[in-house]
Design a protein around this ligand. Structure first.
Ligand code: FAD
Length: 318
């Protein structure tokens, strides 16, 4: 079922979460260990992230460096299919990115999704690889997420990359895109970022999932600004409970977001990561309850390999 239809049919705030494929070499059972404890709270959909190839340098005993391209977290499509098969009541939302894909390769991925009965996709541009300063599209690939949304919208109308193909099937994908309450790092200001977000919606995206935020005021202001820009689709708040001391500095560096002073003071009072974990749960419960009171369509959590904190938040909130 399409995420937008699930949201339209619901008369309450729904629950969903995002998973990362396991690190290469780890078993798929690590995914089920994250999902199983959360099933009690009836997730409406589960997102599965996509991870592009990375360049790594391996040092040989001779001292020479070997350059290798590897995917640390492969398996997005297979995990999505496995989840759909194992948990039949839950929809799955694989992520698809522009980086590393030509338009033809994107089309092959979309054909796989269609054959697997996957109805939903979260479309992203992807980040620049660590060894590059700026994002570079693949040859004959997409530079921005709105272009990838357009390709899927066209496939929904039966238009494939090769114009000469006839008698093609029509897909029926429901597409979501990312939004940034604290603006995207590359954007000069929020107003410009919102214009590009509107472009993704105009291209056919039907829902937005936000970057994580820790201060609900930022989400409420973002939603107001989106509505003024003419963006009317559901805006799903994305949340991640802080879980270690290290994240206090790491999350702002990785995701370009602020941690409110009240939360950072609480974390700094902790002497162990177990205490930080509990602070993260308490903050997550407060944040989620306020968002629930405001009638947000879905509460969406980023699991990053652990679900005990999200289980405790869901238990308190749903
Ligand atoms: P875009 O919407 O293309 O925007 C990128 C930047 O370009 C923005 O600054 C925007 O303002 C600007 N811009 C947009 N369109 C144009 C245009 N036409 N002309 C000029 N400027 C433009 N990354 C992964 O690799 N895999 C994942 O699974 C993944 N999942 C994510 C899930 C969520 C909920 C979020 C919030 C992010 C996720 N990301 C993921 C990270 C994402 O790929 C990065 O944040 C990336 O830098 C931007 O992606 P985007 O789709 O928002 O890009």
């Amino acid at each position: 079922m399409r995420v937008i239809d699930i949201i339209k049919q619901a008369n309450k705030t729904l629950f969903s979460f995002e998973l990362l494929p396991p690190l290469r070499g780890n078993s798929i059972s690590s995914i089920y260990k994250v999902i199983d404890p959360l099933m009690e709270y009836n997730p409406s959909f589960i997102n599965v992230t996509y991870h592009q190839e990375e360049v790594v340098y391996r040092k040989h005993p001779s001292g020479l460096l070997e350059k290798k391209t590897i995917r640390k977290r492969p398996g997005t499509v297979a995990i999505s299919a496995a989840i759909k098969n194992k948990y039949s009541d839950v929809e799955v939302v694989p992520h698809l990115i522009c980086g590393g894909f030509s338009k033809e390769e994107t089309e092959y991925a979309l054909i796989d999704f269609h054959y697997l009965g996957i109805d939903n996709i979260l479309v992203l541009r992807g980040d620049a690889p660590k060894n590059q300063r700026t994002f570079q599209p693949e040859q004959n690939g997409h530079s921005y997420a709105n272009e990838l949304v357009t390709q899927i919208t066209e496939m929904n109308r039966g238009k494939f990359v090769d114009d000469e193909m006839q008698h093609t099937f029509k897909t029926n994908f429901c597409v979501g895109v990312a939004g940034y309450p604290e603006k995207h790092i590359e954007s000069p200001n929020l107003a410009t970022d919102l214009r590009y977000l509107k472009q993704k919606i105009d291209a056919g995206a039907e829902f937005i999932i936000t970057q994580m935020f820790f201060d609900n005021k930022k989400y409420f202001r973002f939603v107001d600004a989106c509505r003024k820009e003419g963006i009317t689709v559901p805006i799903i708040p994305g949340m991640k409970p802080i879980s270690t001391m290290r994240e206090l500095n790491a999350l702002p560096q990785i995701f370009y977001i602020d941690i409110p002073e009240e939360l950072s003071k609480e974390v700094q009072k902790c002497s162990t990561n177990d205490e930080v974990f509990n602070v993260g749960i308490e903050w997550g419960i407060r944040q989620s309850k306020e968002l629930l009171d405001h009638g947000v369509p879905v509460l969406h959590y980023f699991t990053v390999g652990i679900s005990e904190n999200i289980r405790q938040i869901a238990k308190a909130v749903f």
